[in-house]
Each structure stands twice: as C-alpha cells, then as structure tokens.
Design a protein around this ligand. Structure first.
Ligand code: AMP
Ligand code: MG
Length: 338
C-alpha cells in the first residue's frame, strides 16, 4: 500500500514535470505552423507559405494549391495542344464554340479590363504575339506582323454567356491569357487557403502575389525587382491582405539591332510596348492587379498613372522608360531598398 502510494506520487511528479515541459514548449509549437511549398507551373516558379495552428492543415492546403495551379496551367496554357485555350483557338474562328464556365469568366473579366484601359489590355494581342519567340530571339517580319495585327481587337471575341459559347469574328484572331491567368491562379489559391481556415498566407506565381493577413503580427515584405539589375530590388513594400502584380520588360526579352523585344505587346502595333520598364499594381484581387499591371505598362507612365489614380482601392508604382520611379497618390513612398 505504502509502496503503491509512493509509486503513485512519483508518477504524479513525473506527469506534472511532463505537463510543465509541454507548457514551456507550447508557445514555440504555436509558432511552428508555418509551412511552404515551391513548384513550377504556368512557366514560372510558384512559392506559397501558409500558417495554421495545425501544420497538417497548412500542408494539405499547400498541396491543394499546387494541384489547382497545375489544373489552371493544363486548361489555359497556349503551349499545350490539349488545353481548352488551344481548343478555343483552333475552333472559334470557324463558329460558335462550346467552352467551360471558367473560360467564359476569364474572357469576360479580360474584356472588362480591355474596356477600362481602352484596349491596352487585349488577350487577342496574341494574334501577333504568337509570332515572337523570345528564347530563340525571333521576331515576325513586317508582312507577317501587318496581317497578324488585323486579328487584334477584344471586340473580335463574341461571348454568349447564357449558352456558354464563344466565337471569333476574325480569322486571324488568337487568344493568350498570359496577362491574367497567374493573377487568377493566386486568387484561386487564396480561396483554397480561406476554405481551409488559414488566415495568414502568401502565394506568388512569378510577378503575381496574393497575400492573406499578415506574418503573425508583422507585415509581409514584397520586393519589386530592379528592372535593369536582377540581383537588386528597386523597392521593398511592407504589406498585408492584398494582391500585388509586377509586369516588367526584363521577364522575357531579347535585344536585336538595339531594339528590346519583350513579351508585353502594344495591341495597336503588335510590337513590344516601349513606355515603361516596370509596373507594379496593388489591389484587392490578383486577376485585376495582373491584368492592370500588363495594361498600365502598355499605356505608359503618364496615362497609366492617371488611370491608377482614378480607381479607388488601386495603387501603383511605375518605373518609366528612363528609369524614373513614380508612386500613385495614396501610396506613401517606402524607404528605397539598399
Ligand atoms: P505580365 O507578366 O502579367 O505582364 O504578363 C505578360 C503576359 O501577358 C505576356 O507574356 C503575354 O502572355 C500577355 N500579354 C502581353 N501583352 C498583352 C496585352 N497587351 N494584353 C493582354 N495580355 C498581354
Ligand atoms: Mg500582369
């Protein structure tokens, strides 16, 4: 009995010590829920981080985000013969083509931005854009460009949302969603995180980032790359709960006879837009900041900044063709990065 009692009291002491140790570790465990995942999709690097008290929930959400990015890539890549976008490009000049509700939504969102930017954003840019090969350093000759430009006009895309079908009104029209798809993808990631109960997360697909909440009480810090020195940041921005997209002429380009051929196309000419080096847009959704960063780039610094300043909830930073950086009215210039 005595022995049993002593054993029991010893067991109690051990249990108490274990409890104390566990309590000591608790704050550390509470901060241990950050998980991250890197992978490639949509021709770019995807980086995602998420916090949850239960790290397993964060890990599962990150895996779901990866699957979703790959799905979006498979559906809307212009480089895959079997993507829905390639199907649209093959069929829609022949007549009404049945497509997914998701593609209807993306095309409708694109047309809204086209109207807002007076055609600077135009997914039919690809009617000419498809003839550039930035990796091989190839640009179309003038005759090819002249006939290709005929296919560029967002109004050539007719959308019948009720019957979920699309047709192109011009035989040379060709669509590429590269200016909006990554922003859409980071929005989808944000929806996945929110559904999993995650309130603090960040996901970036190349130049498009979506941020949920903050970093456990601290802001997230997002850098805007220096357009002419890839190792440097032009500026660092402390942010929470936002979408941020940067478009730059340094992403995909080649230089020939002193001309910089890059992947952002002025729809009026079918040639690379020359008014800016880099445009960063901040706003509530990635699909919008992505499309806007591309189109403000096309508009050039003066027209582009005027448009940003007239839109509530949208901020921006433009580095113009001469390398001068300007901020939209409501953005307090942060301290320049070293
Ligand atoms: P971003 O890096 O978001 O500026 O997107 C650049 C991509 O947008 C290019 O690689 C093209 O796929 C696409 N793009 C280029 N010019 C335009 C344009 N004027 N309107 C819409 N999309 C464009
Ligand atoms: Mg963009």
């Amino acid at each position: 009995m005595t022995i049993d009692c002593r054993l029991r009291s010893e067991a109690l002491v051990v249990a108490q010590r274990c409890l104390c140790l566990a309590l000591l570790w608790l704050p550390l465990l509470a901060h241990g829920g950050w998980e991250s995942l890197d992978h490639e999709a949509m021709g770019t690097r995807i980086h995602a981080e998420a916090w949850h008290a239960d790290p397993e929930i964060a890990r599962r959400a990150l895996a779901e985000v990866q699957t979703e990015m790959q799905r979006i890539d498979a559906a809307f890549s212009p480089y895959r013969e079997d993507s829905e976008l390639s199907f649209l490009n093959r069929e829609a000049s022949k007549g009404w083509t049945q497509v997914s509700a998701e593609l209807i939504r993306l095309l409708t969102a694109s047309q809204r931005v086209s109207e807002l930017t007076e055609g600077a954003f135009d997914v039919t840019f690809a009617s000419a854009g498809r003839y550039y090969d930035y990796r091989r350093g190839e640009a179309p000759d003038q005759a090819t460009l002249d006939s290709a430009v005929e296919g560029i006009d967002y109004r050539h895309i007719e959308i019948d949302a009720a019957r979920q079908r699309v047709r192109f009104k011009h035989a040379a029209t060709y669509v590429d969603l590269g200016g909006i798809a990554k922003g859409y993808a980071v929005d989808r990631a944000a929806t996945i995180f929110a559904a999993a109960g995650i309130r603090e997360a960040s996901v970036s697909a190349g130049g498009d980032t979506r941020i949920l909440g903050d970093r456990r009480g601290q802001p997230w810090v997002v850098g805007v790359q220096h357009p002419r020195d890839t190792k440097k940041m032009a500026v660092r921005l402390p942010l929470s709960d936002t979408a941020i997209s940067t478009s730059g002429d340094y992403e995909r380009f080649f230089v020939q006879d002193g001309v910089r051929y890059h992947h952002i196309i002025d729809p009026t000419s079918g040639s690379s837009a020359a008014g800016s080096m880099s445009v960063t847009i901040l706003g509530p959704s990635g699909i919008f900041t992505d499309a806007l960063s591309t189109s403000v780039f096309v508009l050039g610094a003066a027209k582009g900044m005027a448009l940003i300043n007239q839109m509530p909830g949208i901020d921006g930073i433009i580095i113009d063709a001469a390398g001068n950086m300007t901020y939209s009215d409501e953005l307090v210039p942060p301290t320049a990065a070293p």
